[in-house]
Design a binder for this molecule. Structure first.
Ligand SMILES: *[C@@H]1O[C@H](CO)[C@@H](O)[C@H](O)[C@H]1NC(C)=O
Length: 348
């Protein structure tokens, strides 16, 4: 009897826990068999629990497509945009609403938003905030994909290769995680027609070959329509009206006209527009001095510098403002603020 027990305990030791060897086998009144059975079942439970938890343990350390790594922090997104994006009343309201709707309900299609405006008005910035509030890893998440036209698709002649690539990437990545996000930057510099490749993925299909594309998000960033947006914004200013009076409807009209008609828009006569597959056109208005000042303050704060009018004015002096007569808008928005702040801080 004892021998049998010992050999069993040896086997158990091999497995994992050597609790049994701690027990003296020859203690009076002990029933070795029940101990063995007990330990065996404890070990068995242990191993199976371990196996069952392995997935979730792994998911705690390795980014996975689940609630440990995905989030729906639309309130946080709203707060961040409200405090850190300057002069863009049309962006905050509409982008947050669109994402809330897409995340709250079972979406009927992928969410597609097209951001329009001059450089430095915050298009990339908003893309980053969205990533940070939907993925714990933010832009570094393996579920967030950034394509920059001049970097990823520089040669118009290779459009067919690019098409195959983009199609495979989207398919592969959404198969791995339906909540993937794709950001296409510099859409206006993409070979015309390339974007149409994503058409089937963002249309109203429940699934294609077993893959559900409806939970994904696509962002298109471009300068397209930027001049028209600026002209309209300036028009309001000339009439003595506040820019906050500009309604979404007015600007949407301006932007869609530009997107559809500007030959270099990347969306020029694109089926994406014709078929109404873009959920939201988002206009970014040109930045006035007061907005740029806020960007400078943010930058100084984030770098731990003191904020003074002297420094702010010095940074402003480094930037270009247009048009010639009124010098109302920063030519590069807030884009070069950080770099100019560094420069000014060097000389102080
Ligand atoms: C996902 O997209 C990236 C590009 O961001 C690509 O390199 C990768 O191969 C894609 N993954 C799959 C499984 O297709």
């Amino acid at each position: 009897m004892l021998l049998r027990v010992k050999s069993r305990s040896f086997v158990l030791c091999l497995f994992a826990v050597c609790i049994f060897s701690e027990f003296p086998n020859d203690v009076d009144g002990f029933e070795p068999i029940s101990i063995t059975t007990g330990v065996a079942s404890i070990t068995a439970i242990g191993i199976s629990t371990l196996a069952a938890n392995f997935g979730s343990i792994k998911s705690k350390f390795l980014e996975s497509c689940d609630d440990n790594w995905l989030k729906k922090d639309t309130q946080g997104l709203k707060n961040d945009l409200s405090t850190r994006l300057h002069g863009q009343h049309l962006v905050i309201e509409n982008v947050v609403k669109a994402i809330q709707a897409h995340k709250r309900h079972l979406p009927s299609k992928a969410l597609v938003m097209s951001f329009h405006g001059w450089t430095g008005c915050g298009k990339n910035y908003v893309g980053r905030f969205i990533a940070e509030h939907l993925y714990h890893q933010g832009m570094k998440s393996k579920f967030v994909h950034l394509f920059v036209a001049t970097h990823h698709f520089p040669h118009a002649s290779r459009i067919e290769t690019y098409k195959d690539q983009v199609r495979d990437w989207i398919k592969g990545n959404i198969t791995a995680c339906p909540q993937s996000m794709f950001i296409f930057d510099e859409v206006d510099k993409m070979p015309p027609g390339l974007l149409d490749i994503i058409l089937p993925f963002i249309d109203h299909h429940e699934e294609i070959n077993g893959v559900d594309y409806r939970h994904s998000i696509f962002l298109f960033l471009s300068n397209t329509g930027g001049n028209l947006i600026n002209r309209k914004t300036h028009e309001y200013w000339s009439q003595g009206r506040k820019r906050e009076e500009i309604s979404y409807k007015v600007m949407e009209e301006v932007v869609t006209t530009g997107a559809f008609n500007e030959k270099t828009s990347g969306l020029w006569h694109s089926a994406l527009i014709e078929k109404n597959l873009i959920n939201l056109f988002v206009p970014f208005l040109p930045m006035e001095t007061s907005h740029v000042k806020l960007c400078i303050r943010d930058d100084l704060t984030s770098k731990g510098h003191e904020i003074s009018d002297e420094i702010i004015n010095k940074v402003l002096d480094e930037l270009h403002f247009i048009p010639e007569d009124s010098k109302l808008y920063s030519k590069s928005g807030c884009k070069r603020v950080s770099e100019k702040v560094n420069m000014v801080m060097e000389t102080i």
